[in-house]
Ligand binder design. Structure first.
Ligand SMILES: CC(=O)N[C@H]1[C@@H](OP(=O)(O)OP(=O)(O)OC[C@H]2O[C@@H](n3ccc(=O)[nH]c3=O)[C@H](O)[C@@H]2O)O[C@H](CO)[C@@H](O)[C@@H]1O[C@H](C)C(=O)N[C@@H](C)C(=O)N[C@H](CCC(=O)N[C@@H](CCC[C@@H](N)C(=O)O)C(=O)O)C(=O)O
Ligand SMILES: Nc1ncnc2c1ncn2[C@@H]1O[C@H](COP(=O)(O)OP(=O)(O)OP(=O)(O)O)[C@@H](O)[C@H]1O
Ligand SMILES: C[C@@H](N)C(=O)N[C@H](C)C(=O)O
Length: 459
């Protein structure tokens, strides 16, 4: 984490108050929540939807913070405390993060894309961690606030930083990339996430390609080469090089064999002969995520055995194809972190292909932020589901009803149930599911479908 004197911080963020009295106190670490103060922290208050962090500055310092920012328009600054008055606390935080990033001598890998950012981040960090001191985005801290906090929490001797960059509107990735200045940029795929803001998949592709705006000179872009919206734009890169990955053999990196187990996937790739890579997660889409991670690792000279070791020992962030057990012994795929049509299709395809269970059920919820075509997107997901491989389809939420309507084109009425109420859905599942059944849960973050998973894991 960052360690710096208040005088230096005052200079970096263009503090508005008199710095003389700040002295040479050194802060270590930054937090935005007074309930999580670490000794010596700089506390950065924000006005939120429910509360104003400025109300907790005094308490934060009493609890061990060395100093705090104070936004200039907030009345009654506690002049008796070590505060740095700033124009805007978010801008000050971001400026401090950018300054700290530029002090550190490390390789930065920036990851964006519609789906797979967090998974690819975890994979990349797991591989690089076998040979480097690595710092990675914690959870999903991937936006204008999360990325600066991630950078400020980095140890000064970090050798490789794996940073997730999320967005929902144009210009956001440019900002994040110019802040992080990656040596390697990864675009995992172009799906439909955030269509509401971006209007089209072309718009999504343009927004993801903003990651080039901060890519270092002679940096490398690793991208999903099966996506025409990307490959068509990257035929003649200027000032950076490219490496494509995908299923199609025209890519620089592609799998030559994929073998799915019950809880892991084994695959070989075109550039490394007679070598099997194993990932402790299912799904062809996760093989593709691994290819992006492998490509970045090879760029940084990680030897193949270390790549194999890193992937094999991977620990994924929760609720991404997470396999758990229910109270009856049923197998649950908790893929409930988020959902868009691309990721929903990938998860359904995966579940349909798994064997060894008496029944296989899908519990699918709303996919949010898809814009005016949202009902059609949901209906088309329902139409995709094959009764030959799926026993019953459950849906949750107002848009989930359209998945149910699409599924009824192939399923009989009694094998499709649409719910708006989690309790009724849980009751039905508890009555229906048996020990040798498999259930997939998937919906957008806003649906919090994990609450249903948790109910099946308790009496
Ligand atoms: C500023 C802040 O902390 N926001 C978080 C806070 O929001 P809320 O407004 O409810 O805060 P409060 O009103 O409760 O409190 C205000 C502040 O006061 C502090 N405080 C409060 C009480 C107290 O006793 N002491 C205090 O110090 C408090 O800490 C506040 O700072 O709480 C919400 C619920 O937990 C958080 O969700 C909210 O976090 C915001 C949304 C945020 O951006 N957090 C980042 C750190 C982050 O990275 N979060 C990620 C999710 C990022 C994300 O959604 N990414 C998108 C892509 C990017 C889209 C982009 N356009 C965008 O806008 O984000 C994706 O699809 O991945 C995460 O949490 O996982
Ligand atoms: N390459 C991929 N292609 C399609 N779907 C994917 C891919 N990788 C992951 N997914 C699916 O997307 C979901 C989210 O995965 P992950 O959290 O890694 O992506 P993310 O881009 O960080 O998501 P978000 O933007 O919602 O934070 C997973 O549950 C998985 O089902
Ligand atoms: C908050 C935003 N990044 C996100 O994850 N949106 C999804 C669609 C949701 O909120 O469910």
């Amino acid at each position: 984490m960052i360690k710096k004197t208040l005088l230096d911080i005052h200079r970096i963020v263009n503090g508005l108050n008199e710095p003389a009295f700040l002295g040479n106190t050194e802060i270590q670490g930054v937090t935005i929540d007074s309930r999580k103060i670490g000794k010596g922290n700089l506390f950065v208050p924000f006005k939120g939807e429910r509360q104003d962090g400025h109300d907790f500055v005094e308490q934060a310092i009493q609890d061990g913070a060395s100093a705090a920012f104070w936004e200039k328009d907030v009345p009654n600054p506690p002049d008796h405390l070590p505060i740095i008055v700033v124009e805007d606390t978010l801008t000050a935080l971001q400026t401090l993060a950018k300054s700290y990033r530029n002090e550190l001598n490390m390789k930065v890998i920036g990851i964006t894309g519609s789906n797979g950012k967090t998974t690819t981040k975890d994979m990349t960090a797991a591989i690089l961690g076998t040979v480097f001191k690595v710092h990675k985005t914690s959870g999903n801290y991937n936006n204008h606030l999360g990325l600066p906090l991630t950078i400020l929490s980095m140890a000064p001797d970090t050798e490789a930083a794996v940073l997730e960059m999320g967005m929902s509107s144009r210009g956001e990735i440019t900002f994040l990339s110019e802040l992080a200045r990656p040596d390697i940029a990864i675009i995992t795929n172009i799906g439909e996430s955030h269509l509401l803001d971006l209007g089209s998949r072309e718009g999504i592709a343009e927004a993801k390609l903003e990651i080039l705006d901060g890519l270092k000179e002679n940096g490398i872009l690793i991208y999903h080469g099966d996506e025409p919206l990307l490959s068509s734009r990257l035929k003649d890169p200027q000032g950076f090089s490219c490496c494509s990955f995908g299923r199609v053999e025209s890519n620089d990196l592609f799998p030559i064999s994929i073998e799915a187990g019950q809880t892991e996937t084994r695959f070989e790739i075109n550039t490394v002969k007679d070598t099997v890579f194993t990932i402790p997660v299912l799904g062809t889409h996760n093989v593709l995520n691994s290819l992006a991670a492998i490509s970045a690792a090879m760029e940084l000279g990680v030897p193949v055995p270390k790549i194999q070791e890193g992937l094999k020992n991977l620990e994924l962030t929760a609720m991404r194809m997470e396999m758990v057990k229910g109270i009856k012994g049923e197998t649950i795929i908790n893929d409930a972190y988020n959902a868009s049509p691309t990721s929903m299709k990938a998860a359904i395809e995966l579940t349909a292909g798994i064997s060894g269970f008496d029944h296989k059920y899908l519990v699918l919820g709303d996919m949010l932020e898809l814009g005016p075509e949202e009902e059609d997107f949901h209906y088309k997901i329902g139409e995709l589901i094959d009764p030959a491989s799926i026993s019953k389809v459950y849906t949750y939420g107002p848009l989930g009803k359209f998945i149910a309507e699409g599924a009824k084109q192939k399923f009989s009425e009694e094998h499709v149930s649409a719910y708006d109420n989690k309790s009724e859905l849980i009751e039905d599942l508890k009555k229906t599911v048996s020990s040798n059944d498999l259930i997939l849960f998937k919906a957008s973050r806003g649906m919090q479908l994990e609450h249903v998973v948790q109910s099946l894991q308790s009496k």
